[in-house]
Design a protein around this ligand. Structure first.
Ligand code: ATP
Ligand code: MG
Length: 360
């Protein structure tokens, strides 16, 4: 069986370091591993519109920002197909048929959607499109027969939902769709990177992000004003590393060579953590180190982004070509789906023959 990747992002803002450690970095590694037959990277504009219906301009503007972030991080249009979701109408058709295989109560149980509804204060005014986006995500994944979906932890319920739809579809209509596997980050800290404010998730919608395209000054300012342990008031106070986002970011980004380079009095992160926990290590020193580590990772991304931004029409061209290729693949899957559901009336000679006999 072919090995196929599908993953993507909502164009609701520029991409941040949470996306980078949660999914983007891994995608580039998988792309360059040469182990995959096809890789589809989707800019999910239609999904972004489910909670931004009154602000289509925001979505429109951010498509190019996300594409620039992709290219800057090393996604290569020669190896990965970059596409825009709304340009593949087959995805809507698939969603429409999958909707019949999912109950309202099943959607209501989705913990990620539940917390997103709360975060957006939707309460009684949840747009139907937003409520059903896990179904449209199942359409995205299955349209490309994806076997592997590299994403952050918040996507686990979506993958569960997709698997249920695949099983239900295949059991009702016969084997057609492929069950995908989620690929979570190996590093615990990257599963769901917290915000600079200490909130559980760095998210474009929460204004607590370090963006891949932030300038060196902006990154430094954000790192230096990060939330830490609120009880660590004096340098001599013992501090907590658990739930302290500065240390979570270090868990996500830092390697031993960073100590040699920027903080040689410690051999590794365990030593630094032990000192902080014991007391006697100030937040400013740790933050300065974190700043160096993040800057080193982001600097080449920032430079490449500026290069790519010099030719914006070329980027739209990449997205157009990618969307065209993606549509061909999705159209083949949709044809199979319709054949399995026996709603391919005009291609079904047996149907036409038996109906003729019935009326003879
Ligand atoms: P929005 O607030 O618009 O939902 P978002 O910041 O949650 O934006 P998405 O486009 O929804 O970003 O997510 C894209 C991908 O990035 C998903 O695979 C998601 O799991 C991953 N991701 C997003 N935020 C984080 C994070 N803080 N840590 C790890 N992975 C993340
Ligand atoms: Mg999200």
């Amino acid at each position: 069986m072919s090995k196929i990747i599908l993953t993507g992002d909502r164009p609701t803002g520029r991409l941040h370091v949470g996306h980078y450690v949660g999914s983007l970095k891994r995608r580039v590694e998988l792309q360059n591993s040469g182990e995959y037959d096809d890789i589809f990277i989707m800019i999910a504009d239609a999904q972004a519109l489910t909670d931004n219906a009154d602000n289509p301009e925001k979505v429109r503007q951010n498509i190019i920002e996300v594409a620039l972030d992709y290219l800057a991080c090393g996604l290569d249009p020669e190896k990965s197909t970059l596409l825009i979701q709304s340009q593949i109408p087959e995805l809507c058709e698939l969603s429409f048929y999958y909707m019949n295989l999912v109950t309202v109560s099943r959607l209501q149980r989705n913990p990620t959607v539940k917390s997103e509804i709360q975060m957006r204060n939707f309460e009684a005014s949840i747009p139907v499109g937003f409520f059903t986006y896990p179904i449209s995500q199942a359409a995205d994944i299955t349209a490309f027969k994806a076997t592997t979906v590299p994403v952050g932890e918040d996507q686990l319920p979506m993958l569960e939902q997709t698997k249920e739809i695949v099983r239900k579809f295949n059991s009702v209509y016969g084997d057609t769709l492929v069950e995908p596997e989620i690929l979570l980050p190996k590093n615990q800290a990257c599963l769901r990177l917290p915000g600079t404010d200490g909130k559980a998730k760095m998210s474009k919608s929460l204004n607590n992000c370090i963006y891949l395209s932030d300038s060196a000054d902006e990154v430094k300012k954000k790192v230096m004003s990060m939330f830490t342990d609120p009880n660590h008031l004096k340098v001599s106070d013992p501090g907590r590393v658990e739930g302290n986002p500065v240390f979570t970011y270090l868990d996500a980004f830092c390697q031993e060579h960073h100590f040699e380079e920027f903080l040689p009095e410690y051999a590794n992160l365990d030593e630094l953590k032990a000192h902080y926990t014991r007391g006697g290590l100030g937040d400013v020193k740790v933050k300065r180190f974190l700043n160096e580590v993040i800057q080193q990772e982001l600097e080449p991304i920032r430079t490449r982004r500026k290069e790519f931004a010099k030719d914006i029409p070329a980027i739209y061209d990449i997205l157009r070509k990618g969307s065209e290729k993606a549509e061909e693949v999705a159209a083949r899957t949709l044809a199979e789906v319709k054949a399995s559901m026996k709603i391919n009336y005009f291609d079904d000679e047996e149907l036409i023959r038996s109906q003729s006999e019935r009326f003879r």
